[in-house]
Design a protein around this ligand. Structure first.
Ligand SMILES: Cc1ncc(COP(=O)(O)O)c(C=O)c1O
Length: 400
């Protein structure tokens, strides 16, 4: 098995230009808290069409501060999809709320708006709508269900950087549509755009943006408007010079460096090419696999969305039973053909923490469990050549 011919399931794409940008940041006066952080935020917000961008050290931190900014806490319930990475649910647990799970739509593998409506209870105060594989949920419907009942909507678009959808002939980007109060993206290397580690929150709300910035850095503020009047009882604090700050809420250090933002800015200039190549590869796969009876290809919510989704994963459903081999055996066979695969995701509520803490049991979200039983992610990343794509197609077809 030759390692150099191995096609992994995902891979970052770093150009010489990206490296030069990082080196320039290293030679600059600021390694952190400098101008590249603002520049990346401004450019990213402009790219997606959102008003404010708050960039942080990873998307887990980004989700955490969305919960805190929205005032979610004990006695609140937060609904997300079971078909996601742990962070989409953990963010609720971090603030003492109860994470709960809404089953998925078997066609898109995303949270089902019908199921959300049916399971609604008055203690639900936030919905974390995960864009699995890069595809948005039915955001207009989810937003209507949640907002009309006083809950905030957070789109976890960690998979979807640069993508969007089409509605009534109009294109919308994740982070740039009106059906989420806050949108989170991840810049982990396996994602569409990377800063090494990184995450961002996009919001159109001035109030949320202010809170998110404060929560990113220890709960501190230097904004005189937010000062709470220290000094009247402590004369030594009366002088509020340029050094002065107040901590008015509890926050972590979730900051990101200028070094990472330099990479982000450089990658952002390449994002259009990345997303287009991902869409082209998905179209090649879908066409090649259309007639296979042991494999189901991913579907978009609306046919026209296929021109807008930024696919992070190509996750198919494979009927392992009809192939007469287990998933482990199939993965090993594909590995022998130098094709890497991955399985995403184990329904989050089946994790021991969730079962032990909240009493969740198998059978809670049957569609997610059925999806998981057949899930396999095939290689997808922009530097795959057409020849690489054909090699994956041949290896998959040979499984029969
Ligand atoms: C859907 C989803 N949300 C959140 C995260 C957390 O991202 P990060 O690794 O940047 O913290 C991930 C990471 O894989 C993810 O897939």
């Amino acid at each position: 098995m030759s390692q150099e011919n191995f096609i992994p399931y995902g891979k970052q794409n770093i150009s010489d230009g990206d490296i030069e940008a990082v080196v320039a940041a290293l030679k600059s006066d600021f390694l952190t808290c400098g101008p590249l952080v603002d520049e990346f935020e401004n450019k990213f917000a402009e790219y997606v069409g959102g008003k404010h961008a708050i960039v942080v050290c990873n998307a887990t931190a980004a989700l955490d501060i969305t919960m805190r900014a929205a005032g979610i806490g004990a006695s609140d319930r937060v609904i997300t999809s079971p078909n996601t990475f742990l962070s989409s649910a953990n963010c609720a647990a971090f603030v003492g709320a109860t994470p709960d799970f809404c089953d998925i739509d078997p066609a898109t593998y995303n949270m089902s708006a019908d199921a959300l409506e049916q399971m609604w209870t008055d203690d639900i105060k936030a919905v974390v709508a995960v864009s699995f594989a890069g595809q948005s949920c039915d955001m207009p419907r989810i937003h209507k269900i949640a907002n009309s009942r006083g809950a905030v909507v957070i789109e976890d678009a960690s998979h979807g950087t640069g993508g969007g959808f089409e509605l009534n002939g109009k294109a919308y980007k994740q982070g740039g549509h009106p059906w989420a109060d806050m949108t989170v993206f991840s810049f982990h290397p396996v994602k569409t755009l990377t800063t090494g580690e990184g995450g961002i929150v996009i919001t159109n709300s001035d109030e949320f943006a202010k809170k998110l910035r404060q929560l990113r850095t220890h709960g501190m503020t230097r904004d005189t408007e937010d000062f709470q009047g220290l000094g009247s009882d402590t004369p030594a604090l009366a002088e509020k010079g340029p050094w002065y700050y107040e901590m008015t809420t509890l926050g972590h250090n979730f900051r990101i460096t200028d070094i990472q933002c330099a990479l982000g800015i450089s990658q952002l200039a390449r994002l259009g090419d990345f997303t287009q190549r991902r869409r082209d590869i998905v179209a090649m796969y879908n066409a090649a696999f259309a007639g296979l009876d042991f494999l189901e290809t991913p579907k978009t919510l609306r046919p026209e969305d296929a021109n807008h989704v930024s696919w992070h994963l190509y996750s198919v459903q494979i009927d392992f039973e009809s192939l007469g081999r287990s998933r482990t055996e199939i993965m090993a066979e594909l590995r022998e053909s130098n094709v890497g695969t991955q399985v995403l995701y184990i329904p989050v509520y089946l994790q021991p923490f969730y079962r032990n803490t909240y009493g969740y049991e198998p059978g809670k979200c049957p569609n997610s469990e059925a999806y998981y039983a057949k899930a396999l992610s095939l290689p997808l990343y922009p530097s795959m050549t057409d020849n690489d794509v054909q090699r994956v197609i041949t290896a998959v077809k040979n499984l029969n």
